[in-house]
Design a protein around this ligand. Structure first.
Ligand code: CP
Ligand code: NVA
Length: 308
């Protein structure tokens, strides 16, 4: 069973194959009428369940559109409206859904929910974000970097702010795609050691640097994300803002990066908190390409899962 659960759990050569396939699918769509299905319809006759236990704009729309472009159909399910939200076990939900659909994408809170779904499903399961990781996002980010600047291997990526789920998947990608990764943020918000260890074991240079200006020096890519994630308690907001304000990505900070550095943010953003609008809308920013590439990257991931 080819589940897409995390970047570190997927073979590096297969990840590379997915990125290349995503580029090819994007190019093939260029110049074709908007809304037209792909020439090939590899998901024809297939049904995909998209389960959301947290809000989403990009993941929801890009998966839905991606499946339709490939000739398949989707069913978008809210965790709360399913029996899953009313006491049915994840294992039973997985077994039942597997009798109806060909692929399951789930966005949930606990990683254990995703893993249990994958363990009991007899169809592939895709991680659409958990509290710990967000692999589909980082596949789109690697694709976006490479379409603008060529191979990401050996480049310096700097993460500013909270060492959260998106940061964790970046660390996995550093190991699998062979780039260097610097984290700059306050110590209480450091990424989990396990993620850092994975990347280091794969030979990537991983640096923790408290001073954001030193960290960003010579960066090829500067990345940030919201200071308060969906799973963080609302009560953490004020403290987070105080801790993270020095790590805001603004023009002054970006000026320390390489002149041709890119800026990324997975979105949704809180403009002028983690990044200023001047940076988000400025010459380094590729945030909307990132959002678009969720579509292409996930199409490649779904084809890989289904072997079509
Ligand atoms: N980046 C991302 O996953 O966005 P959504 O929460 O809108 O899906
Ligand atoms: N870190 C954010 C990412 C949203 C796409 C969150 O988990 O809320």
């Amino acid at each position: 069973m080819k589940h897409f659960l995390d970047i570190h759990k997927t073979d590096a050569a297969e990840l590379r194959g997915m990125i290349d396939a995503a580029h090819a699918m994007k190019i093939a769509r260029n110049g074709r009428p908007r809304g037209a299905p792909d020439d090939e319809m590899p998901l024809k006759g297939r049904m995909v369940a998209l389960i959301f236990e947290k809000p989403s704009t990009r993941t929801r729309v890009s998966f839905d559109v991606g499946v339709r472009q490939m000739g398949g159909e989707t069913m978008v399910l809210s965790g709360k409206e399913m029996q899953l939200g009313h006491g049915e076990t994840i294992a039973d939900t997985a077994r039942v859904l597997s009798r109806y659909v060909d692929l399951i994408m789930i966005r949930t809170f606990e990683e254990a929910t995703l893993l249990e779904m994958a363990e009991h499903a007899t169809v592939p399961v895709i991680n659409g974000l958990t509290n710990r990781t967000h692999p589909c996002q980082i596949m789109a980010d690697v694709m976006t970097y490479e379409e603008h600047r060529g191979p990401i291997g050996g480049k310096k990526v700097v993460w500013c702010g909270d060492g959260n789920n998106v940061c964790a998947s970046f660390l996995h990608a550093a190991g699998q795609f062979g780039f260097d990764f610097t984290f700059t943020g306050p110590e209480p918000l450091d990424p989990e050691e396990k993620f850092v260890e994975f990347a280091r074991a794969k030979g990537s240079r991983i640096t923790i640097q408290r001073d954001p200006f030193t960290a960003v020096e010579g960066a090829d890519l500067v990345v940030t994300d919201t200071w308060v994630s969906m799973h963080d308690p609302e009560s953490a907001k004020e403290r987070r803002h105080n801790q993270l304000r020095p790590y805001q990505v603004n023009e002054q900070l970006m000026s320390r990066a390489k002149p041709d550095a890119l800026f990324m943010h997975c979105l949704p953003a809180h403009r002028n908190d983690e990044a200023t609008s001047a940076v988000m809308d400025g010459p380094h920013s590729v945030i909307f390409d990132e959002a678009e590439n969720r579509l292409h990257a996930q199409k490649a991931i779904m084809r890989w899962c289904l072997g079509v």
